[in-house]
Design a protein around this ligand. Structure first.
Ligand code: FE2
Ligand code: FE2
Length: 341
């Protein structure tokens, strides 16, 4: 499937649902994000914040190495360090891991799962997060629109780092030239997205934070494959569809134009993820391939859980975001169509 046919598929999915979302579109025209001098900010928007999305606690099945490490911590009666929680719990797809703990089974058996508490914010259609991206406090700004674009800008810049790291890894592992070139193109796309979203955030009175990441190292192929399955095949494909939706329903003008440009590029990045997956699977043994398939299935389930907890009510309609029911409907169509591949 080419990016062009994938985008057509996404647009068809969105258009089919357009009558259901007509209300949201009409609302987008009246509940605007001002990008002028700020004099016409919606006063309601000033008071709104998407911090109210709250927290969710979800189980994560532990791999053997994590299990032994965390069990030893648990037996020493120590609390699990936040950086360890973040590493293990990030599979849930939430943006802010706040804590985790090992629950004791009722029958006294040793625990096999980790309970992760994650603060969910609304998803930003920026796609791939770099390995070792650290959580950040919410951006400061006068409006929810501004804060939303400021967080988008931080994650878009994170995606620049993600593609820079991936490019190094593809070169180190002798990936085909076409994949390396597509990865470089994606890197420049993310630079463009960073400029677009940063400019909107600043125009809307918010100051984006820069992404912070742990030190990068070239990873073994299996680790890259697992990361690509989650961040690429699942997250970027969903991001592309969400951006396509937003491009249809966002406030006309600079916001809609930015989202339309992002949607086209993210669709190409989604396609690249699947191309990397196809190449890398040929380099793995059967057991490793199964791990990748399992990781993808786990990421699909985690993202679905996260979308079920999304609450867009506090966010301005001008952003054209799907609400939770619409997001789940879109995601289920996508899951059936692509992620089960
Ligand atoms: Fe992006
Ligand atoms: Fe992307």
């Amino acid at each position: 499937m080419t990016p062009r046919s994938l985008l057509k598929r996404f647009e068809a999915i969105v258009r089919l649902r357009a009558p259901l979302a007509a209300g949201a579109s009409a609302l987008a025209l009246t509940a605007g994000c001002a990008t002028g001098d700020g004099s016409d900010f919606d006063p309601h928007e000033r008071a709104q914040s998407y911090e109210s999305q709250g927290f969710a606690t979800s189980p994560v099945q532990l791999g053997q190495q994590d299990y032994e490490e965390l069990l030893a911590t648990f037996k020493r009666g120590e609390s699990i360090p936040l950086d360890v929680c973040r590493r293990v719990c990030e599979r849930l797809g939430g943006e802010q891991v706040t804590s985790c703990n090992l629950p004791l089974e009722a029958d006294g058996e040793e625990p096999l799962t980790l309970m992760c508490t994650v603060e969910y914010r609304y998803f930003h259609p920026v796609g791939r997060r770099p390995p070792g991206l650290l959580s950040a406090a919410q951006a400061e700004g006068a409006t929810a629109c501004g804060r939303w674009f400021a967080e988008s800008a931080r994650l878009e810049e994170g995606a620049v780092l993600a593609f820079a790291a991936l490019l190094d890894e593809l070169r180190a592992h002798g990936a085909p030239q076409a994949l390396q070139e597509a990865c470089l193109q994606a890197l420049w796309d993310e630079v463009h997205h960073t400029h677009l979203t940063r400019a909107l955030a600043l125009a809307l009175g918010a100051d984006p934070r820069r992404p912070e990441v742990e030190e990068f190292r070239v990873r073994p192929l299996l680790e890259i494959a697992l990361d690509n399955a989650v961040e690429g095949c699942v997250q970027e494909t969903w991001s592309a569809l969400q951006a396509t939706w937003q491009a249809h329903f966002a406030q006309p003008g600079p916001i809609q134009q930015a989202l339309a440009a992002i949607a086209v590029d993210e669709t190409r990045h989604a396609e690249l993820s699947w191309d990397i997956d196809a190449w890398i699977m040929t380099r793995l043994d059967e057991g490793e391939r199964q791990q990748v398939i399992d990781a993808r299935a786990e990421a699909v389930a985690a993202l679905r859980r996260a979308l079920a907890s999304v609450d867009t009510a506090p966010l301005p309609a001008a952003l054209g975001l799907p609400d939770s029911a619409q997001a789940l409907d879109l995601f289920d169509t996508l899951s059936a169509d692509l992620l089960a591949a």
